[in-house]
Design a protein around this ligand. Structure first.
Ligand SMILES: [Zn+2]
Length: 392
């Protein structure tokens, strides 16, 4: 079967294919109903399949769909893995592989990034205390979000005719203008150097928007005000699944950031940190993106950071595998239009469907070349993780 054929057209199909493949491969399964339903009243669940030793020494976790819509890609990699690779694996007797399908089934089913409470789950892994604890870095990105709020969250349905590019351009320019004023006088670009000012603005947006926000429950990138269902479920389930395993590598698949059809493994730590060094040795320095380099962002409430501090860096390494699709502005346009459609459009209306299609293309390009090559690369990452855990 061609790798592009492992992509499913919707969540129920993806879920059914995952379950069928796991059963045919003889894997033990668990399903966690999240208590909401998808289009057509379909059940939404986080499904997990277990391969190998039930009390493992080393574990590879492969998860998908923490950002709902990105599950189309992650699910395709998991299905390809189950169908094409699982039977041929040379897995040591002390190892296990855990496949977690659709961490945000609501977003997957409704073609959104956010969950049933409009929460960005990869900003939700915080302790209750830290939701209220505002450090200096967060204050800076919070102020930037407030400035951008009217651009990001218009209180009306989306429109194909809206001059989004002009609005985005104006917002970036004004952001860049503010950044310019903060630079020492001798480092400021000339007031007519529009490109340099735009660059400053774009760099600032890249640094602030993905950080997440905790002020606007109806806005984009909302990190929540309490631990969401998925967050609670993983916190409860993971320790039991992992038992006394001494080495865990977790690959969490995402899309929408980086160069088209290429990937980076985000470490969620500083360049010189032990996890970054370890990841570079295992997966190749060119494939790793620590904080402060390339498109890697420093966000709060990341799943990777949370479990690394819970289980310890020596034991647990989570790599966020980000596969690039389109430019930041195009991805942001889709997120914004879809959010407007979700809030203000009638289900199935022309505007609603237009925004959802925009979203699908932004996070799961229809190009067969993109699909073939990204699934191939995704399988390569999973196989490398298994080799590492097998001591190779
Ligand atoms: Zn993502």
């Amino acid at each position: 079967m061609a790798l592009a054929d492992f992509f499913s057209p919707d969540y129920p199909t993806a879920r059914a294919r995952f379950i069928e493949a796991a059963e045919q491969a003889g894997l033990r399964r668990e399903a966690h109903d999240i208590g909401f339903s998808g289009p057509g009243g379909k059940l939404l669940s986080i499904d997990t399949a277990f391969l190998g030793n039930p009390s493992p020494d080393t574990v590879v976790i492969i998860s998908s769909g923490l950002h709902g819509i990105e599950g189309f890609f992650g699910s395709a990699v998991q299905l390809a893995f189950l169908r094409e690779r699982a039977a041929r694996l040379d897995l040591p007797s002390n190892a296990a592989i855990i496949l977690i399908h659709a961490l945000n089934p609501f977003g997957f089913a409704w073609r959104r990034r956010w969950n049933e409470n409009n929460v960005d789950l990869n900003r939700n892994f915080l302790t209750d205390y830290s939701f209220r604890d505002r450090d200096g870095d967060y204050e800076e990105s919070r102020a930037a979000y407030i400035r951008l709020n009217s651009l990001l969250n218009p209180e009306r349905p989306p429109s194909r005719l809206e001059p989004y590019v002009i609005k985005a351009f104006a917002a970036i320019l004004s952001q860049g203008w503010g950044e310019r004023a903060r630079l020492p006088r001798d480092q400021r670009p000339s007031p007519v150097a529009i490109t340099a000012i735009l660059r400053l603005g774009l760099a600032q947006l890249r640094k602030t928007i993905p950080v997440g926000q905790y002020e606007y429950p109806q806005g984009l990138f909302f990190g929540g005000s309490r631990a969401e269902r998925t967050t609670q479920y993983l916190r409860e389930a993971l320790p039991g699944w992992l038992g006394d395993a001494r080495r865990i590598i977790h690959i969490d698949f995402h899309t929408g950031l980086g160069r088209h059809g290429q990937y980076k493994l985000f470490v969620g730590d500083e360049e010189n940190s032990e996890p970054a060094r370890q990841a570079a040795t295992w997966f190749g320095a060119d494939n790793i993106e620590p904080w402060g380099r390339g498109t890697a962002y420093r966000a709060r409430g990341l799943m990777a950071t949370h479990f690394a501090s819970l289980f310890g860096h020596q034991r647990y390494l989570c790599l966020t595998a980000e596969f690039g699709t389109y430019s930041v502005m195009r991805v942001l346009r889709a997120l914004r239009a879809e959010h407007q459609a979700h809030r203000f459009c009638r289900l199935g209306s022309a505007e609603y469907e237009w925004a959802k299609r925009l979203m699908m293309e932004a996070f799961c390009p229809s190009s067969r070349i993109w699909r073939e090559s990204t699934v191939e690369q995704g399988l390569g990452i999973a196989e490398r993780a298994i080799e590492v855990c097998s001591g190779k």
